[in-house]
Structures are given as structure tokens and as C-alpha cells.
Design a protein around this ligand. Structure first.
Ligand code: ADP
Length: 359
């Protein structure tokens, strides 16, 4: 055998594919080592394919190779024997046909596994979609019913306020004050829950525009200065004289929640201010209260999260205020951040675009 041919046959021998050279009757003229290995026979040359293959597979093989020989064109077909699956590629040349068998069993197993995993993923995705839709439907219902749910609460507040104007014995006056405080808490919680439903059902569309921040805070200040006086807290707003860009309803809600918290947790001082930073105006709420540990700072923006110790002594809220703040700032494409040290107070801030020239 010349050296060139020897090298070529060597290459066929080390291949992991099966190579065969057959004539039209299925007589083997060449078989590589891999073929001998799969058929568990050495010296296959001069033998017939049907001597080693089950009758059905051998006759199919001969039928396909015969067809290729007759047409003189390359062809391929699928074949299974000895629990393995192959793609057979046939190359006719004169009276002979060269056959290459490519074992695709492992690929098929892999593709089966892949298909199975894809099916599982499809099912999981469908389940998530169903839950999301149910959640949306629930939020939509709550958002739609929000007016009806708020009305009895508002009526209750009016009745309590009328009752507190009556001249009542001291003990009853005290009870009215307690009822009033509980009604306030209930109202805040209901308000928070309804806001979350609105945000999650997409019922709180974002309508940004330029507006004067001082004007917005003026309304909030009337309310908060009153609370500050009654609680003997030093509350101050440092006017910024700036036109900011955002949805006034969103920004009012965010500032309201941050200041309400500051009132709950401060010792005796709260500052609301802002400071320009590049193209943005940073709105800041500072208090000198309990502060928040580094570990808890990571959790306070989660739904229903309350720092345990503080909850025990303040016993109000439901851990939704900061979650709403987070959701609203996300909708506004900004981020709420906190800096705090236990015992020294907290500083919450977020940034929004503003007009650099004064209004
Ligand atoms: P809550 O209704 O309990 O106030 P929030 O979502 O508004 O719920 O706040 C979550 C938790 O973060 C609160 O329970 C409180 O422990 C902590 N927290 C929020 N604001 C402050 C603050 N200014 N100072 C100290 N702790 C705060």
C-alpha cells in the first residue's frame, strides 16, 4: 500500500465515525477500526454486511446504497442498530459506495433533555404569568374599589372630629383621642395599600412636567408645621427656589412619606432641603432620631418590612411607606437612598432634573 494511501486509511482508523466501502451487494471492501469495534468483529473485508447486521437494518442499508449507486448522487438516511442511532451519508463512486455513519445517540439524548427542560421552563413561565395576571386582577379590583373603601374612613374621621368638639368628660375625651389616633393609623395603612394596588395595576400613570418645588412643599408644610408644633419638634424647610421636572403627585407622595417617617422616628429635629448636583436637584429629608443600622438599611425598602425594635415602641404603620417611595422613584427613573447611623439620625434623598436658572 503506498504511503499516501496508508496515511489516509490511518486517519479513517482513528476517526470516531464508522467508514465502510461496499459494493451493490453489500460486500465489504474496507471497514475502519471503529466499524470493527462497533460490530465486534475484526477483518470485515470480504464479508457481507448482512453477516453482522440484523436482517431488517442490513436490507435497508443495501436498498439505500443501491439507490445512491443507481442515481450516482450523494444521499443520507437514518439508521438504528445495537441501541444506537446513526446518520448514514452515502458517496457513490463507480461500482462502489463509501459510507460514513455518524453516531447521533448522545446528541439526541442531549436534545431530548434540552426539550424537556424547555418544556419545564414553558410551564413555569405560564404559571408565573397566571400568578401575575391574578395579582394584577386583584390590584385592579382594589384600585377600582379604592374610592368606596376610602369613603367610610373619611366619614369616620368627620364623626370623630365632630365628637371631639363636644364638651365631654375628661375620660371620654381621652377615649376620643385614642379612637382618633387609631383611625389615623388605619387611614394611613389603607391609603398605603390602595396606593400600592394603584401602582401595581398601572393605575398611577406618570405625568412629568416642570413645577415650582417650593409651591408644592408649601401645602405640605401647613400640615407638618401643625404636627411639629403639637409634638414640639423643630421642623424646617429650606426653600430651593427651583423649578423641578417630575410628576408633582409622585413627588408629593414621596416627600410626605419620608417626612411622616421622620416625625415617627426623630428625637426633636427634622430638615427638608435640597441641593443641586450636576444636572439634578437632590431632595433631602434629615432627622436626628434613632437611625437605622447598615444591615436594616438594605431591608427597609422591602414590602411590609419594619425594624423590629422601633416597631415595638412606635407601633404604627405597616412597613409600606418606604416601599411606595421606592416604587414611585423607580417609576420616575430615579432612586431613593439612605445614609444613617444608629443613634445619630437618618438622611433620605433622591434626585430629579431641574431648571438651572431661577424661576
Ligand atoms: P413604617 O410604616 O413601619 O414606618 P416604612 O416602610 O415607612 O414603614 O419604614 C420601614 C421601616 O424603616 C420602619 O419600620 C422603620 O423602622 C424604618 N425607618 C423608616 N424611616 C426611618 C427614619 N427616618 N428613622 C429611623 N427609622 C426609619
Amino acid at each position: 500500500m503506498d504511503k499516501n494511501l496508508d496515511d489516509k486509511l490511518f486517519l479513517l482508523d482513528i476517526s470516531t465515525n464508522i467508514f465502510l466501502l461496499l459494493d451493490k451487494d453489500g460486500l465489504i471492501h474496507y471497514a475502519n477500526i471503529r466499524c470493527s469495534h462497533v460490530l465486534s468483529r475484526s477483518c470485515l473485508e470480504g464479508k457481507y454486511l448482512s453477516d453482522f447486521m440484523p436482517e431488517k437494518e442490513a436490507s435497508e442499508f443495501i436498498k439505500e446504497t443501491g439507490k445512491a449507486l443507481k442515481n450516482g448522487t450523494m444521499d443520507s438516511f437514518n439508521l438504528s442498530f445495537k441501541s444506537r442511532d446513526y446518520i448514514a451519508s452515502i458517496y457513490p463512486k463507480g461500482e462502489f459506495v463509501a459510507v460514513c455513519l455518524w453516531d447521533i445517540t448522545d446528541n439526541q439524548n442531549l436534545s431530548e433533555q434540552l426539550k424537556k427542560k424547555t418544556r419545564q421552563l414553558d410551564i413555569a413561565e405560564k404559571k408565573i404569568q397566571e400568578v401575575e395576571e391574578q395579582n394584577k386582577a386583584k390590584s385592579y379590583f382594589l384600585a377600582q374599589a379604592s374610592h368606596d373603601l376610602r369613603q367610610p374612613m373619611q366619614a369616620l374621621k368627620i364623626f370623630i372630629s365632630t365628637l371631639s368638639e363636644e364638651e365631654l368628660p375628661e375620660r371620654q375625651q381621652l377615649l376620643v383621642e385614642k379612637i382618633n389616633a387609631s383611625a389615623d393609623n388605619l387611614y394611613t395603612m389603607l391609603d398605603n395599600l390602595l396606593d400600592i394596588s394603584k401602582i401595581e395595576s398601572g393605575g398611577m400613570p406618570y405625568h412629568p412636567r416642570y413645577f415650582n418645588l417650593d409651591d408644592l412643599v408649601k401645602t405640605l408644610n401647613q400640615e407638618f408645621s401643625e404636627i411639629a408644633r403639637s409634638k414640639k419638634i423643630d421642623y424646617c424647610y429650606i426653600p430651593c427656589h427651583k423649578e423641578v421636572f417630575g410628576d408633582p403627585l409622585f413627588i408629593e407622595r414621596i416627600i410626605r412619606n419620608l417626612i411622616s417617617n421622620a416625625f415617627k422616628y426623630t428625637k426633636n429635629k427634622i430638615v427638608l432641603g435640597c441641593c443641586p448636583e450636576h444636572d439634578f436637584l437632590k431632595i433631602i429629608v434629615i432627622d436626628n432620631g434613632d437611625g437605622i443600622s447598615e444591615e436594616e438599611q438594605k431591608k427597609i425598602f422591602e414590602q411590609f418590612y419594619q425594624c423590629r425594635q422601633k416597631y415595638e415602641c412606635k407601633k404604627s404603620g405597616a412597613g409600606l411607606g418606604l416601599f411606595i417611595v421606592k416604587k414611585l422613584t423607580e417609576l420616575m427613573n430615579t432612586k431613593i437612598e439612605v445614609e444613617s447611623e444608629p443613634g445619630k439620625g437618618s438622611c433620605f434623598y433622591f434626585s430629579i432634573p431641574y431648571k438651572k436658572e431661577a424661576p
